[in-house]
Design a protein around this ligand. Sequence first.
Ligand SMILES: [Zn+2]
Length: 426
Amino acid sequence: MKKFTYLFLLIVSLFVYIVSCTEDSLNSDIVPDKSTVQKEHFCLDAYLPNDIIQPQDSTQDVIANGVINKFNKWNTGQTIKIKFLNGNSYLQNKVKQFAGEWLKYANLNFEYVPAYQYADIKINFDNSGQSWSYIGTDARSITQRIPTMNFGWFTDSTPDYEFSRTIIHEFGHALGLQHEHQSPAANIQWNRQKVYEYYAGEPNYWNQAYVDSNVLNKYNSTTTNYSSFDSQSIMLYSIPASLTLNGWSSGWNTVLSEMDKRFISEQYPGRYTYVETKNFYRYNINGQHFYTSNYNELGNKHFEGILGKIYANQVEGSYPIYRYYNFLNGDRLSTLDWNELKNGGQGGWIFEGISGYAFNTQKPNTIPVYRFYKSYKKKSDHLLTTNKNELKIWISEDGSLVLGKGKSYIPINVYRYEGIAFYILR
Ligand SMILES: [Zn+2]
């Protein structure tokens, strides 16, 4: 009887959430066709009584993405045992497939065991309309035949984006993650009255206390690890613009965001190293080109486009992009070859620093940056482009110039081809 009471308490301590999501992927398989997404499904997240969210000063403004409860984390490198209490093999395989997305980044392992064996995470399928999960290791305190994660709207005809957003989201909870919109770093300008009205209506019917603890209250910054607010996070609900004072909204997130990957890899380190990249911008200042990885340097003035991405830090096989300025003729040069100009000082060249890092040979997902040079009326210019056709000349696959073929000509007094400067990320 005592045991029953405890379980009953656990069940009544479930809190109801709505989760829905923004497309942030180019993968059409897992991006919903908005015309078919009419009704939002529920994500009911489960908390043990001691995890009930305490209100926190909502005026706090912390800019820090991702939220994890420090006390509910698994051990890094741990194998988490998972079993299905029911469900057909099609649905079970979908769960395995999408749950596995986390394992690309988190240093954890999943072992699926038969229903009669001990498991940490117990998965149930039903048609209750409610999907939920306990947070992290809380699942271990739930008795073996009772689910710790529920999927309440899956059928064999559920589209992949729906499997993706729901399964990845619930497994985020199972790994200890909490909701992004309640992060200590979230600074959503809620229209509180509208929020109460929205969740009081169909199909939630929440009272104010439920809305407070599930939507409006922030997690305590002392019991959670978190970083900056991430509007692309799989752990963020959809938030209609009508619920915010400043018109901010969030749509359907159906895949892991870059910050989700980074955050979980930092919480369970050892498998994945997040590498920061930045855009490499090209500007044209009265016919002379300028290159930078810092958009704020010139903003949209003279802006021509983004050549691609470069690494913010040196990764294996990459080299610094040295940046130079020539005060005599206004030329600007970006090169991987330190020996070309070294510290500058000759012929008006000044070494300005390192823009970022790129490759000197083709790697997966990279594109060549072609380098051209011209000098005219005491000025000179180095042109970098990823578009072979920009100067209407023909460059072969190995980067060498081919004359007399196709559109292959170099107009007199225009640019001279100098070769491939480096390879940058698409
Ligand atoms: Zn949730």
